[in-house]
Design a protein around this ligand. Structure first.
Ligand code: PEP
Length: 252
């Protein structure tokens, strides 16, 4: 049985104070959500304060990126995975399409960051997804297969147990245009098949695959009904505690 994951990506929004107050607003609203794991990903500067205030709650804290370099060093502006762990985080989002698009992150970089995250004891939420142009050209499956295999190269079976994949079609992120549950299910089942072929059926069966792209309180339930959709990575609708709590509590 795969436990669902509902993760909120706050992107570059909220001061430290706003992050803490949204996290504290969220806490009682999701306190009974035992059906899924709840994660929020504030900006770097707010991680420690939010993690400290959520200690003992059922909400885990994630960073939105980490350095490829595993140890400290002269790398201005970078934050190493072990520092994220030290700040109280359990997860890190890696290879989000905004980083692939605006900061030229390749599958090779995503793979290095993933290895750094796992070595630091974090769970890596690795994002993949095709652009609209690639989908229109009928290349969506090939693109996602290449991203999955390239981003997760060199990982052992025990590493893969600490990976969550987020399928986020670029054309659905922040656009209000969600993939239909059928489109998402097709891609999720495909990603699971890729894992089964490359690794083992057991690894594929255990893998949690989240959907991301304009998930809202009114479309989460339809997505969650699909066999291979194990949760959601939510951007815009996670910024407000009430709206994110409705998504977390999709089952009732
Ligand atoms: C995201 O940032 O990962 C995302 C899916 O954003 P949104 O929900 O706003 O489309």
């Amino acid at each position: 049985m795969r436990k669902p994951v509902i993760a909120g990506n706050w992107k570059m929004y909220k001061s430290v104070g706003d992050s803490v107050s949204t996290a504290l607003d969220l806490k009682p609203l999701v306190a009974n959500a035992n059906h899924c794991e709840v994660i929020i990903a504030p900006v770097f500067t707010a991680l420690k304060s939010v993690a400290d205030r959520l200690e003992g709650s059922n909400i885990r804290v994630s960073a939105q990126d980490c350095a490829t370099q595993k140890t400290e060093g002269a790398l201005t502006g970078e934050v190493a995975a072990f520092m994220i762990k030290d700040a109280g985080c359990s997860h890190v989002i890696i290879g989000h399409s905004e980083r692939r698009q605006h900061y030229s992150e390749t599958d090779q970089i995503v793979s290095k960051k993933t290895q750094a995250a796992l070595e630091a004891g974090l769970i890596a939420i690795v994002c993949v997804g095709e652009t609209l142009e690639q989908r229109d050209q009928g290349k969506a499956l090939d693109v996602v297969k290449e991203q999955v295999t390239g981003s997760l190269s060199g990982l052992t079976a025990s590493d893969l147990a600490r990976i969550i994949v987020a399928y986020e079609p670029v054309w659905a992120i922040g656009t209000g245009r969600t993939a239909t549950p059928e489109q998402a299910q097709e891609m999720h089942a495909f990603i699971r098949r890729v894992f089964a072929e490359r690794h083992s059926q057991g690894t594929a069966d255990a893998l949690r695959i989240l959907y991301g792209g304009s998930v809202k309180p009114d479309n989460i339930a339809g997505l969650m009904k699909r066999t291979d959709i194990d949760g959601a990575l939510v951007g815009g609708a996670s910024l407000n505690a009430e709206s994110f709590a409705k998504i977390v509590n999709y089952n009732g």
